[in-house]
Design a protein around this ligand. Sequence first.
Ligand SMILES: *[C@@H]1O[C@H](CO)[C@@H](O)[C@H](O)[C@H]1NC(C)=O
Ligand SMILES: *[C@@H]1O[C@H](CO)[C@@H](O)[C@H](O)[C@H]1NC(C)=O
Ligand SMILES: *[C@@H]1O[C@H](CO)[C@@H](O)[C@H](O)[C@H]1NC(C)=O
Ligand SMILES: *[C@@H]1O[C@H](CO)[C@@H](O)[C@H](O)[C@H]1NC(C)=O
Ligand SMILES: *[C@@H]1O[C@H](CO)[C@@H](O)[C@H](O)[C@H]1NC(C)=O
Ligand SMILES: *[C@@H]1O[C@H](CO)[C@@H](O)[C@H](O)[C@H]1NC(C)=O
Ligand SMILES: CC(=O)N[C@H]1CO[C@H](CO)[C@@H](O)[C@@H]1O
Length: 463
Amino acid sequence: MALRSILLGLTLVTPSFTLVSQDGHTGRLPAMGWNSWNEYECAINETIFLEVGELLISLGLKDLGYKYVNIDDCWSDKAIQRDNVTGRIRPDPIKFPKGIKHTADKIHEMGLKIGIYGDAGSTTCGGYAGSLGHEEVDAKTFAEWGIDYLKYDNCAVPNQWHDEYRWWPENWLGGPPAEDQTAGGDGEARPVAAPAGYDWTTSNSFTRYQMMSDALLATGRTIQYSQCAWGHAHIEQWGNSTGHSWRMWGDIYPEWTGKWQWSWGLMPILNHASFYNNETNFWGHGDWDMLEVGNGNLSIAESRSHFALWAALKSPLIIGTPLHGIEPQILNILSTEDLIAFNQDAVVGAAAKPYKWGVNPDFSWNQTHPAEYWSGNSSRGVHVFVLNTLDTAETKTIDFGEVPGLDADVEYGVYDLWTGESVGAFRGVYEGLVQSHDTMAVRLVEKSGSGRDELKAAAVEGG
Ligand SMILES: *[C@@H]1O[C@H](CO)[C@@H](O)[C@H](O)[C@H]1NC(C)=O
Ligand SMILES: *[C@@H]1O[C@H](CO)[C@@H](O)[C@H](O)[C@H]1NC(C)=O
Ligand SMILES: *[C@@H]1O[C@H](CO)[C@@H](O)[C@H](O)[C@H]1NC(C)=O
Ligand SMILES: *[C@@H]1O[C@H](CO)[C@@H](O)[C@H](O)[C@H]1NC(C)=O
Ligand SMILES: *[C@@H]1O[C@H](CO)[C@@H](O)[C@H](O)[C@H]1NC(C)=O
Ligand SMILES: *[C@@H]1O[C@H](CO)[C@@H](O)[C@H](O)[C@H]1NC(C)=O
Ligand SMILES: CC(=O)N[C@H]1CO[C@H](CO)[C@@H](O)[C@@H]1O
């Protein structure tokens, strides 16, 4: 009964003002695919994308749901930028000698989808043609090429398009400011205080992202819209009305903690996500950036935590590592079916949330030791994710009485999400040894009661 009311409750709070795709499903769940940036940056060409398409199929990743092959920055002709007659962005003739449509056609022939990259400013982050003021022609061009996904970045915003007030979370020092203290760290003179209750849909950021949203809709083609606005202007409050996902923070970097230029390790990002992922639900997903699983010097345990927690956050799962010669251990992490199933659950749209911080007191803002204990509901039971942020292996305890939705007096069947296997039936607590920087991930299903059946019944009613 309790489980049924959760599901009905979720149905009720699902926002009515969402961007529902014309095809009725694109963007309802987090996107899954591959993107060129983390591995290749600007050194891209058609060959890379066609090889990735073949590998997604031969490695079994396509069958697991990874269907987007996404071209990131640097695909256009940097010198000429736009055709001086049609105003269209010109693809780089060396990287894409037969044009983007040719690449798109080949990717579609493989049964996959193709993504491209643009920017809501005068240039992209790499200095290529931006789309601000060219939204209609660019959206039309993308649609004609057969593009299925647009990642829309936030570099080179001209002065007249800057926001009146500034909400730039990654510039915070020491913790979340009060709502009225949005001072950034870029040294730019700008009012720092947004009035209480300020409506961020009146910001220029909203307008810039909405202009491309309107242009994409006007093409009549379903194009998944990934808004890469770095959490600015409280995009989590309005991103579901303009697009399907919204980046919440600066770029990711394949390190556990710390910051390199404008890019961040995993723990600072997770720290922010433990406070600001409440809006994620069907049709709208906080995007905690593309996966670094397999990259840099992340250990296997760190790559596992990265994947488990990004799946738990219901972030888009966009692989960013080379697929040729991929290590079996890394492929296994990316192929973990039970984690993907949580991320892609068709019945419950909300992300997992911290129910306890662990090392630090609850609600501590801490970029090295964020929340360790997370839980989330799905059609397959209650899921619990326990991260070990310490440098030593620790025995971690899931206390059923602490997990929202679990009952300390009920016996649960516990399944390890990493192996998909049952680890037995438990009442009260479940504990396990968690290696340094690793994550324990389990699914709990009521043993005695009818919990699971009830969820299924409610799913049918609610769906
Ligand atoms: C495509 O890019 C890759 C990686 O940068 C490079 O190794 C390869 O030679 C390029 N191929 C072509 C045809 O340009
Ligand atoms: C337009 O671009 C073409 C090359 O694509 C160039 O030959 C021509 O001079 C350009 N015209 C103007 C007016 O810039
Ligand atoms: C998110 O929801 C939790 C309750 O689940 C609440 O404590 C927290 O304040 C919310 N965060 C924001 C930023 O509103
Ligand atoms: C790799 O990790 C070590 C610590 O384990 C760190 O000192 C180093 O800077 C990291 N990054 C690279 C690129 O080696
Ligand atoms: C973050 O948490 C760790 C572990 O409790 C603590 O040692 C560290 O001082 C904290 N960092 C900050 C900036 O508070
Ligand atoms: C899961 O459902 C329970 C109700 O059974 C609710 O209390 C809890 O907040 C939900 N958990 C999350 C992370 O939404
Ligand atoms: C869950 C969620 O993000 N809901 C929001 C969707 O967009 C509308 C309009 O901006 C908001 O009112 C909802 O809160």
